[in-house]
Write a new protein. Structure first.
Length: 290
């Protein structure tokens, strides 16, 4: 099947997730490309600040109704969903997970602060762990422990994203770091919005960093040995984001600039090649959570 629109969106994004597709079979790669395109489209629909909130909410409602049609075996109207529909059928992707994902991105329409770690963790589950739970259905697995693995790894990746993007989010008036943590480390929200780095902010970031590390460690621990080969693309994602987290730590979390820190393409390719080699030699690909 010609992936068309989905493939164009995936290639244009140049995301870490898209790079991980290289380790998949052509069929699974097409399915992941379509899934990624869906995730990208709904996320972009929520994040377009130039469009009124009510209009963005209607757009997301249209995406929800259209993906529901695809999950129910009816013909969806949106091009990305038409390309995703056969894969929904093949891999039995449930609507409840797509619905959770849309609930997550809808949060960004109205919520710019998170009261405590539990509230942020729910957000991370919806916008990241759910993507992992959909992805592992495409990757294929037999041990249900892979669901706990996808949950933990998704939260680890999202917390890494949140740490990287503090400055970029602040420029849009958003602070994802929990207010209870800000209060604990005596960091005023206005300091973050003004992009004022301090040792207090560094200690706050280390707290979030510690939570991310614990999720990486949990993912490493719960992934069954028998599923290492099937989860190799997810493991690659974990490796890429783990290196990013280490870079953030080394920078002492100077993340208040609008331009987020990123790994170079050469560095990402190096991580991919290492993962491919280790996988083909039958060695463990996991390089995170240590």
């Amino acid at each position: 099947m010609n992936s068309g629109v989905s493939e164009q969106i995936t290639r244009k994004s140049a995301s870490n997730l898209a790079l991980a597709f290289i380790l998949l079979t052509p069929e699974k790669r097409a399915a992941m490309s379509a899934l990624y395109a869906f995730c990208r489209q709904v996320d972009d629909a929520a994040d377009e600040d130039s469009i009124p909130v009510d209009q963005r909410r209607k757009t997301l409602a249209a995406w929800r109704a259209d993906i529901a049609a695809a999950c129910e075996g009816r013909e969806p109207s949106m091009a990305v969903n038409r390309e995703l529909a056969p894969h929904i059928h093949t891999y039995r992707l449930p609507f409840r997970l797509f619905d959770e994902l849309i609930l997550g991105v809808e949060t960004d329409l109205v919520q710019t602060r998170y009261q405590d770690p539990a509230e942020l963790e729910l957000y991370c589950y919806r916008v990241a762990s759910v993507v992992g739970l959909l992805s592992i259905e495409i990757f294929g697995y037999t041990d249900p422990a892979c669901r706990a693995y996808a949950d933990a790894l998704g939260k680890a990746l999202q917390l890494t994203n949140i740490l990287r993007d503090v400055g970029n989010d602040a420029a849009r008036g958003r602070i994802y770091l929990p207010l209870s943590d800000l209060q604990r480390f005596r960091v005023n929200p206005e300091e973050i919005l003004r992009c004022e780095w301090s040792e207090r902010f560094h200690q706050l970031a280390l707290e979030i960093d510690g939570r991310a590390r614990r999720f990486y460690q949990k993912a490493r621990e719960v992934l069954p040995v028998s599923e290492r080969a099937s989860m190799v693309s997810a493991e690659l994602m974990g490796n890429v984001y783990w290196r990013l987290l280490q870079r953030l730590e080394k920078s002492r979390f100077h993340v208040l600039e609008e331009t987020p820190l990123r790994l170079t393409r050469a560095r990402k390719i190096g991580i991919i090649l290492n993962a491919v080699l280790r996988s083909r030699l039958g060695l463990r690909v996991t390089g995170y959570g240590t």
